[in-house]
Design a protein. Structure first.
Length: 262
């Protein structure tokens, strides 16, 4: 232990960074980091302590996680390596206000490091004659069903209701879930889960009275599946086709717009 040293560098407004030199076992490193964090946050009355670690340093990343530090983000290609390449750097931090010990402390730390997926709630609204309501948006070429990304802490069904009200000015109850689809990475997006709810049948007077969200929606159109093929992505069209063929009360699970094989 004599060749191991942790240095805490105090900054402004009760914040500090730390690093260490030397090599010790993973268990000893976690204990040393935890003790140093307690001393900085409690003994020195700091409110925030952070550390940056290369993504490849798995042992150190596990140690700070065990010491109650939460992953806050990634600095892409921030560390220059000797061979001329660059490596991502993980930013971890622990606050005085963080619960570190017990089930809640463990869950809070793990919540920061485990994968997170986008959740999208779209709504299938028809005219009762095999035509589905599609939206042309301002931010991409392909058309889509009304709906959008569910906010953190928001139930998907309520997210679908909110999005339809925001995009179309349409207040209506939401029907059952029609399908859940895993979406692979696309156009720079990570993979995601899409849920499609049954929005029921829209009447002619409701269609005429829609108030489109000017910052997002250019126009809406009722389309047959054949017409939709020219407007939506192939993935979205596979999904629409499955939804159109569901028996009353049925629900589908899809992967990339199709039932999983095997």
């Amino acid at each position: 232990m004599s060749d191991f040293d942790i240095r805490v560098n105090v900054g402004e407004a009760g914040t500090a960074t730390f690093n260490w030199s030397g090599s010790i076992s993973p268990d000893s490193l976690a204990q040393a980091v935890s003790a140093a964090a307690d001393d900085a946050l409690i003994g020195r009355a700091l409110r925030r302590l952070e550390v940056s670690l290369p993504v490849s340093d798995v042992s150190a990343r596990r140690a700070v996680t065990r010491a109650g530090f939460r992953l806050e983000g990634m600095r892409r290609q921030a560390l220059a390596l000797e061979d001329g390449t660059y490596e991502d750097v993980c930013l971890y931090a622990r606050l005085t206000a963080d619960q570190v010990h017990g089930p809640n402390g463990f869950s809070g730390v793990m919540n920061s490091v485990l994968p997170k997926k986008r959740l999208i709630a779209h709504v299938r609204i028809t005219d009762g004659a095999d035509r589905v309501l599609l939206c042309e948006t301002r931010f991409k070429k392909d058309w889509e069903l009304p709906g959008g990304i569910v906010e953190p802490g928001e139930p998907p069904r309520l997210g679908a209701i909110r999005e339809v009200a925001e995009e179309l000015g349409l207040e209506r109850p939401m029907g059952p879930l029609l399908l859940a689809d895993w979406m692979p990475p696309y156009l720079g997006w990570d993979d995601a889960i899409e849920l499609i709810f049954d929005g029921g049948v829209i009447a002619e007077d409701e269609l005429a009275g829609l108030t489109l969200q000017p910052s997002e929606i250019l126009q809406v159109r009722l389309c047959t599946l054949a017409e939709a093929a020219a407007l939506v992505t192939p993935l979205a069209h596979r999904r629409l086709t499955v939804a159109a063929g569901l028996a009353p009360g049925a629900m589908a699970y899809l992967e990339d717009g199709a039932p999983p094989a095997g």
